[in-house]
Design a protein around this ligand. Structure first.
Ligand code: ATP
Ligand code: MG
Length: 288
């Protein structure tokens, strides 16, 4: 299985339940897969250096998933090779009252990387069509009737179109977006929750509220399916990555990141004859 098997670009129908949560790769392949991941990480570092020097494209890598699917650890492990100077990471938590006072894309726009940078979004504006939809949070928004006076399907239909427009706008302004859903199974989530409860070093990661969200699994899957099927395009496809085997998920994510950086085709800026002559002069002054 390859990362391209996990890509949805909007052609054909998307069915989340048909996406595997495990690639069922043999455990004895683990070592060679982890080596390949390390090679991808090295390649990533090289490409990022060029992206930064080139500064014509910006890259947004966003992660969405149910709790304990491995967003944090994937970000930590896969991004180790990147130069922190060219990376911004942002966690999208419950919106503050200032954020709620703006339109929902405002906070995403505020955290966009500048071109040449990589922006990592741990959760994203997709929360506004996922958790918001599952809990009908729109009913509590302070907005006029023309924005809210409709059923939930119409309201979220509009948001999905707005997200498509937003991503198109970014594409037309020098950005690429890599959208990753870490697809974990409910069984594996249970195992990881138990580990968070049993292991004192992981207790802080668990909240009893996580169980309440777990009980809404089918509603979340429905919201994810709608979101992914309405926002996958050839320019900004979704990758639904089987996440039950963390080491394999990391491999697939590392492949997808290398792919998007390669697509940017970053080049070190070349210099003019005049600049080259000036460099030669400086060289002489330094060696006299
Ligand atoms: P972990 O997977 O390790 O638990 P996390 O990403 O869940 O990490 P938390 O700080 O536990 O991090 O949770 C952030 C919470 O904020 C999530 O439950 C998420 O659904 C919620 N959230 C994010 N954006 C919004 C939004 N726009 N409206 C309402 N809730 C949101
Ligand atoms: Mg959480």
């Amino acid at each position: 299985m390859d990362f391209s098997d996990c890509r949805y670009d909007g052609s054909g129908t998307f069915t989340l339940s048909a996406c595997p949560t495990s690639a069922r790769i043999d455990k004895d392949k683990r070592e060679s897969i982890e080596e390949a991941t390390l090679e991808n990480i090295a390649r990533m570092a090289d490409l990022q250096d060029k992206l930064y020097a080139d500064a014509r494209e910006g890259v947004i890598i966003l992660f969405q998933a149910m709790d304990a699917a491995g967003k944090d650890s994937t970000i930590k492990k896969v991004m180790t090779g990147l130069n922190p100077q060219g990376v911004n990471v942002h966690n999208f938590r419950q919106p503050s009252s200032e954020e709620l006072g703006h339109d929902y894309l405002w906070r995403a726009a505020r955290h966009l990387p500048q071109r040449g940078f990589i922006g990592l979004f741990n959760r994203s504006y997709y929360e506004d069509v996922l958790v918001t939809r599952v809990h009908s949070l729109q009913n509590g928004y302070a907005m006029p009737d023309r924005c809210l006076g409709m059923d939930a399907d119409s309201f979220y239909g509009l948001r999905l179109r707005q997200i498509r427009d937003f991503e198109r706008h970014l594409w037309e302004n020098g950005y690429r977006i890599l959208k990753i859903m870490l697809n974990v199974s409910p069984d594996e989530q249970r195992r990881r929750f138990l580990e968070r409860i049993d292991n004192p070093a992981k207790n802080w990661k668990f909240s009893s509220n996580d169980l309440a969200e777990r009980e809404l699994w089918p509603q979340y899957m429905q919201a994810y399916e709608q979101a992914i099927s309405h926002t996958s395009t050839p320019e900004s496809p979704w990758y639904v990555i089987p996440a039950d085997q963390k080491w394999f998920a990391r491999y697939l994510v590392s492949q997808a990141v290398v792919d998007v950086l390669e697509a940017c085709d970053p080049q070190y800026p070349t210099i003019s004859e005049e600049q080259r002559a000036r460099l030669a002069e400086c060289r002489i002054r330094l060696t006299q």
